[in-house]
Design a protein around this ligand. Structure first.
Ligand SMILES: Cc1cc2nc3c(=O)[nH]c(=O)nc-3n(C[C@H](O)[C@H](O)[C@H](O)COP(=O)(O)OP(=O)(O)OC[C@H]3O[C@@H](n4cnc5c(N)ncnc54)[C@H](O)[C@@H]3O)c2cc1C
Length: 415
């Protein structure tokens, strides 16, 4: 007779792996299904910032001169495919509406409890998984080339103080004390001290998946698109045969949109694509933490493979061919700040941030299918929020009173 498991988790990125590990920690029988190995898509190639101090979501510019600059398509921070615009215009308009200051502040308030749990939850999971070697516990730097840009952060710094966050404004000299191998002229930085960073986001995700298996969880290769409602609950086809479970969690990042559409749910999820490439540092140059060049729009990330340059947003259809123009632009700009040498790989990597227009993920039950749960759409912060999402989700799935209110993340919020 085929076993009926408690939980089927679809997608082994940071969100799905965390949900599977948390479910297993609660003693549930769990199968985690992916068509690839754990942490080999978006959760592999990100900047590795666990941004516990995050306040404002990444917003779309609202003033006309900045919008015009981006429309010219020559920026490092953004790029778009003209052909994609008719398909994403509605999503972009909603994103623009949600980028108003009052909306950003509302999202900051709504999401604060989640971000506040991010670092603690990761450290807990890292301890279980023996993954502490990847972690650095000394924050990251937002670097500002222009004094006017640094000064423009005052309102946010004030809000950060009200929330009790350690966001410290540094002069150029103070920044160089933390990162002596930065070079060139810049105004200063904000040191986000409530965050951890990692040297291998893919390594961390794989380590959590290994901890899940070591704790008795089952990892299977399969196509999540075969998910079907059956009398026992849900069924999916894997290389090892059909797997049955009473409850199923959709954690497929950007690909969640296609699966939930099969069940009749339409979600405003767009791919904010991003690229990375690793470079050898020249000579003895090193960085101790991630540094974001805020005025240009890319991040320098010290990783196991070298210095990873990660780019801003590319608006394109999820499966459209790669156009890594931002990597070249970021490399040229980064050379002002740090001595980068040869690239490590022949080709840049590309990933897809699964983004909603209100920059809030979708976490909670499927309104029309008992036993079906959603955990996707974490946009710029899915690596940060994976373990915290898993804890809130598993509380809700177990019928416990929620320690984080999931109402702002419900599926039906767009009407
Ligand atoms: C350049 C860049 C920098 C970033 N920097 C940061 C950062 O510093 N901090 C941060 O918190 N976040 C960052 N992010 C965002 C973060 O990477 C994502 O939000 C996060 O990885 C999403 O995780 P996920 O588990 O939802 O999706 P994914 O990691 O994409 O996982 C989805 C999984 O579903 C699987 N899948 C898809 N379709 C199927 C199918 N049909 N059958 C079976 N399996 C399937 C895939 O193989 C994959 O393993 C960054 C993203 C990018 C692109």
């Amino acid at each position: 007779m085929t076993a009926i498991h408690d939980v089927l988790v679809l997608g082994a990125g940071m969100v799905g792996v965390s949900a599977a590990l948390e479910a297993r920690r609660r003693g549930l029988s769990v199968v985690l299904v992916d068509r690839r190995g754990p942490g080999e898509e978006t959760s592999y190639g990100n900047s590795g910032v666990i941004d516990g101090g995050n306040l404002y979501p990444v917003a779309m510019p609202r003033d006309l001169p900045t919008l015009f600059k981006h429309a010219l398509n020559r920026q490092t921070a953004s790029h778009y495919h003209l052909a994609a615009l008719p398909r994403v215009a509605g999503w972009m308009f909603d994103y623009w509406r949600w980028s108003a200051v009052d909306k950003l502040e509302e999202t900051a308030r709504v999401m604060r409890p989640f971000f506040a749990e991010a670092v603690g939850s990761h450290r807990e999971f890292a301890k279980i998984a023996g993954a502490e070697r990847f972690f650095r516990q000394d924050g990251w730097l937002e670097l500002y080339r222009l004094q006017s840009s640094l000064d423009a952060q005052e309102r946010r710094l004030k809000l950060a103080k009200e929330y009790g966050l350690n966001s410290t404004k540094l002069s150029m000299g103070e920044t160089l004390e933390l990162e002596p191998h930065l070079k060139g002229a810049f105004a200063g930085a904000i040191w986000q001290q409530d965050s951890d960073t990692v040297s291998s986001p893919g390594g961390v995700t794989k380590a959590y998946a290994e901890a899940f298996v070591a704790a008795g969880g089952r990892l299977a290769k399969g196509d999540a698109m075969t998910l079907a409602k059956v009398p026992e609950g849900f069924a999916v086809d894997t290389d090892e045969g059909r797997v049955l479970a009473r409850q199923a969690v959709v954690a497929l990042g950007i690909w969640s949109k296609d699966l939930v559409a099969k069940f009749g749910y339409s979600v405003p999820l767009a791919a904010k694509r991003g690229y990375h490439r690793h470079y050898q540092p020249k000579g003895n140059a090193f960085l101790s933490r991630q540094v974001c060049d805020e005025d240009v729009g890319y991040v320098l990330c010290p990783m196991e493979q070298g210095i990873r340059l990660t780019t801003g947003v590319e608006i394109a259809l999820a499966e459209a061919p790669k156009t890594p123009v931002q990597v070249e632009r970021a490399f040229r700009a980064a050379s002002d700040l740090f001595d980068l040498g040869e690239p490590v790989e022949a080709e840049p990597w590309m990933g897809r941030r699964p983004a909603t227009p209100d920059s809030r993920p979708i976490i909670g039950p499927a309104p029309g299918h008992e036993g079906l749960w959603f955990a996707f759409g974490h946009g710029h912060w899915g690596f940060t929020l994976g373990p915290a999402t898993a804890k809130a989700l598993l509380s809700a799935m177990s019928g416990e009173p929620p320690h984080v209110d999931l109402t702002p993340y419900r599926m039906g919020r767009w009407g």
